[in-house]
Design a protein around this ligand. Structure first.
Ligand SMILES: C[S@@+](CC[C@H](N)C(=O)[O-])C[C@H]1O[C@@H](n2cnc3c(N)ncnc32)[C@H](O)[C@@H]1O
Length: 256
């Protein structure tokens, strides 16, 4: 008879859970490929959760403001604006700002703040899978912790939309979730494909998240020139989140 120590038994159970979840993932992946349907978008509800940092511009956008100002850029898009911290920041500093988000609550909060501050920000409720703008509209855009709220097909679609709305030589700052993040490895989250999970708990329940490896990011952005590429891990008491931060330039022409 085989006897297992407590630790070995736990490892065995964990391995069983992992292989069965991998089996289910493969089955779901096959089903998704057969249907070829992009996962349905789901917005944040900004009436439910506002951590204070969502009200202040992210540290990474300060150098972008100085750079884009110096380059004479004017037309800025806040893609997936949330409650609009970056819209307000760029509008306050002389940019012509368009902003949109799938979540009505976020856009409503942005509109209220923009009105109070007398800033002429054009806002919309819309889905990033089909950007509500004409081709070659923007000098620059920020999509901060947004475009990964989709699946493998969805994120490709958003990136092609970014290329479409950016002017030639325009620049985009985009962030990606890394597969090193704890939430990617959390077996309680439902895997839709190898790279995509849908969170089941908390304020992001039902919202898809695409997790990339470095090579996925490079491949997704192959039609752009990569100007800056960085990786950062953020530690919280109960969680580590890892992201790629990428600045790209729309130099390359679209593929025929
Ligand atoms: C982590 S928040 C970031 C908000 C903002 N970019 C910021 O940095 O403050 C992610 C935002 O993406 C929005 N979002 C998710 N899926 C979306 C979609 N398909 N189209 C547009 N916005 C979406 C959410 O509603 C949410 O406001």
């Amino acid at each position: 008879m085989v006897t297992l120590s407590f630790r070995e038994a736990n490892l065995f159970i964990l391995e069983l859970r992992f292989s069965s979840s991998r089996f289910l993932n493969r089955a779901m992946l096959a089903q998704k490929r057969a249907s070829n349907i992009m996962i349905k978008s789901k917005a944040w509800n900004w009436d439910l959760s506002i951590a204070p940092w969502w009200e202040e511009p992210a540290a990474e956008v300060y150098p972008l403001l100085f750079k884009w100002n110096k380059m004479g850029f004017k037309k800025f898009l806040d893609l997936g604006c949330g409650i609009g911290r970056h819209s307000i920041f760029f509008a306050n500093n002389g940019f012509e700002v368009d902003a949109f988000d799938l979540g009505e609550e976020g856009v409503r909060k942005l509109d209220k703040l923009a009105k109070e501050k007398g800033l002429p920000i054009r806002s919309k409720v819309s889905d990033m899978l089909s950007l509500p703008y004409e081709d070659n509209q923007f000098d620059c855009l920020v999509a901060y912790h947004v475009i990964y709220h989709s699946d493998d097909d969805g994120i490709k679609k958003v990136i092609s939309e970014i290329k479409r709305v950016l002017k030639k030589d325009g620049e985009a700052y985009v962030t990606f979730n890394s597969q090193n993040s704890d939430s990617y490895k959390d077996l309680d989250n439902k895997h839709i494909t190898e790279n995509t999970i849908v969170k089941e708990k908390g304020h992001e329940a039902g919202i898809p998240h695409y997790y990339a490896k470095k090579e996925n990011v490079e491949n997704l952005l192959k039609d752009f020139e990569i100007l800056e590429f960085s990786y950062k891990e953020e530690y919280y008491p109960d969680y580590m989140g890892a992201h790629y931060f990428v600045l790209v330039k729309n130099t390359k022409q679209p593929l025929p």
